[in-house]
Design a protein around this ligand. Structure first.
Ligand code: ATP
Length: 227
């Protein structure tokens, strides 16, 4: 489902004399449907950079990033938006929300955007919010004023609302209490069981060992190591 082939990346620091910093070379990675692959490697090794390239936030300098039959490294912005709506989900650590939109609508939005009717979308959103222990009195409020942990759980509910065939998870269990961590791990297991291809960054070793089928050490993609 996800195929990363010979991807490289460098950053040009325009505010520092246009210095070019190569950060990745010859990155290769395959994730089948129903499989979860963990990106591992020391801080600064390039886990987030690789994930951002797969999501299309950073442009790869070369190589192919196939999500189904779309090459994210070559796709037009319009195709990337379409891919993100129907195929590729991304659960970041932080919630980015438009003020004044209710929590229920924030969570239901990916379903409404893909044609689910309002009642069914809201029913699904309510189930997710209840499972993630967000008190019902908060559902009509914007999550802008919620605690860090509440915002993270709203973000997870939103990220899992639509059944994406491919998902990117950036530390989905960071700063969750034990009960909510367990809920999220079960959500990841359920996503795998329905056939989602998942790439995750997990600093929680036990969580990674439980839900991931293999680990890819991105240190192997640093330009010096690949040369
Ligand atoms: N926007 C950017 N501009 C310049 N350099 C960047 C940029 N983003 C990342 N880098 C550099 O790329 C390298 C990889 O960073 P990245 O954030 O991908 O590492 P990471 O493995 O996710 O680290 P951590 O575990 O600390 O989050 C680092 O040397 C970083 O300084």
């Amino acid at each position: 489902m996800i195929n990363v082939e010979n991807v490289s990346k460098s950053f040009t620091l325009h505010n520092q004399g246009a210095a070019v910093i190569p950060v990745m070379a010859e990155a290769n990675l395959q994730v089948a449907a129903g499989e979860c692959v963990a990106l591992v490697g020391a801080s600064g090794a390039g886990k987030s950079t690789l994930m951002r390239m797969i999501y299309g936030n950073y442009l790869a300098a070369s190589g192919r990033i196939m999500i189904g039959d779309v090459d994210v490294a070559q796709a037009e912005p319009r195709e990337i938006l379409q891919l993100r709506r129907h195929v590729l989900g991304y659960v970041s650590q932080f919630l980015r929300v438009v003020p004044r939109v209710s929590t229920l609508d924030v969570v239901a939005e990916p379903l409404l955007a893909t044609g689910t009717d309002r009642d069914a979308a809201h029913a699904r959103a309510k189930t997710l919010l209840a499972n993630l222990n967000i008190p019902e009195r908060l559902w009509a409020l914007s999550p802008t004023t919620f605690s860090g942990g509440e915002q993270q759980r709203v973000n997870i509910a939103r990220g899992f609302a639509y059944d994406y065939p491919a998902m990117l998870l950036d530390e989905p269990t960071a700063s969750l209490d034990a009960a909510n961590r367990e809920v999220v791990l079960q959500m990841i297991e359920a996503a795998k069981a329905r056939g989602a291809a998942i790439i995750g960054i997990f600093h929680d070793d036990a969580a990674r060992a439980r839900v991931c089928d293999k680990e890819i050490d991105v240190t192997g993609f640093t330009p010096q190591a690949a040369a």
